[in-house]
Design a protein around this ligand. Structure first.
Ligand SMILES: *Cc1c(COP(=O)(O)O)cnc(C)c1O
Length: 330
């Protein structure tokens, strides 16, 4: 064993810290999926979280864990997606300075969403890597605190509070289906669920197009994969070659990883819309999609975590009209 792992006690601390700052989301039984699978299927409606994704839990826990002096120095990240939004929101709540670094290629609506939450923007270079160089500079020269999207103990513990809620609401859950990218979400949920209910299976689900954690598990160490356009855009990106926490936690706690095609993910978005009346982004639809595709071994009550709803609505409209991928205009 190397390095610290996040324990259920850390996750219980996180739950106390973030209570009142984030929503405790409902767990709803899906009539359509329960009928299809022959066991109760429940959906954890985490896409109802403020800012539209679960990342507010980890970001809030991390920001509220800072000392007064650290809050003064402020927090910084390079994400323009759900983590950047969550961090800006959490920093505003805590009265901390927040800088989000991004490249000149990021569209104006995403910039507006971040400045609307009171964060400062630094526009640098033409890629995510250039933005990360600016993060590193602000940490080095201005003493800002970097809060990355997944590989950080307070971020993982915050996401793990979802696992505590699942076990509280459905102690008989036998399988939990969790979207998987950098692994902060599934590492936290697995640490919480396995501590309370050791026999419950934890299944990670990624898109086949650029599944960095699955490739790293297969190699036995973190590896880079080519990043490809996918409907599950919030599941893209690497796990970091210098990954400290999530790789080993996923390796040790997650029972199985399932990879899905773009058409399977599109079918998950459609099912959520027409049968559950929920709008979810591609990365959040993968649990439903894996059940529909018959890719999950059914062994009792099952929970699928719906992780976010921040999909461009014109893309959502094309998918519900029948498109099976980003380029398919159906
Ligand atoms: C970030 C994100 C994920 C993946 O979380 P990781 O901790 O990187 O595995 C899944 N769904 C949504 C909507 C996200 O924003």
């Amino acid at each position: 064993m190397t390095g610290a792992v996040v324990s259920v006690a850390d996750i219980e601390d996180a739950a106390r810290r973030i209570a009142g700052h984030v929503r405790r989301t409902p767990l709803e039984r899906s009539a359509a999926l329960s009928e299809l699978c022959g066991v109760p299927i429940h959906l954890k409606l985490e896409h109802w979280q403020e800012t539209g994704a679960f990342k507010l839990r980890g970001a809030t826990n991390a920001v509220l864990s800072l000392s007064g002096e650290e809050r003064e120095r402020g927090v910084v990240a390079a994400s323009t997606g759900n983590h950047g939004r969550a961090l800006a929101h959490a920093a505003k709540t805590a009265g901390a300075r927040c800088v989000v670094c991004l490249s000149a290629l990021v569209p104006q609506n995403k910039k507006d969403a971040i400045t609307a939450l009171g964060a400062e923007l630094r526009v640098v270079g033409k890629s995510q890597d250039d933005a990360q160089v600016e993060v590193d500079r602000l940490v080095r020269e201005e003493g800002m605190i970097p809060l990355p999207p997944f590989d950080h103990p307070h971020i993982i513990a915050g996401q793990g509070t979802i696992g505590l809620e699942i076990v509280e609401d459905l102690s008989e859950a036998r399988t939990v289906l969790v979207p998987l990218s950098g692994g902060g979400l599934i590492a936290g949920i697995a640490a919480a669920v396995k501590a309370r209910s050791p026999k419950t299976r934890i299944v990670g689900i990624s898109m086949a197009r650029g599944a960095a954690m699955q490739a790293s598990l297969a190699a036995g160490h973190p590896v880079e994969v080519e990043e490809l356009p996918t409907l599950a855009d919030s599941l893209g990106g690497g796990i970091g070659l210098a990954n400290r926490l999530t790789f080993s936690m996923v390796r040790d706690l997650v029972d199985e990883v399932v990879l899905l095609s773009e058409a399977e993910i599109a079918a998950g978005i459609r099912h959520a819309y027409f049968h559950e009346r929920e709008i979810v982004e591609g990365g959040a639809a993968v649990g439903i999609a894996a059940l529909l595709a018959g890719r999950i071994e059914i062994c009792g009550p099952t929970v699928a975590v719906l992780s976010g709803r921040n999909i461009a609505m014109d893309l959502h409209a094309r998918i519900v009209a029948g498109a099976d991928g980003l380029e398919d205009s159906a």
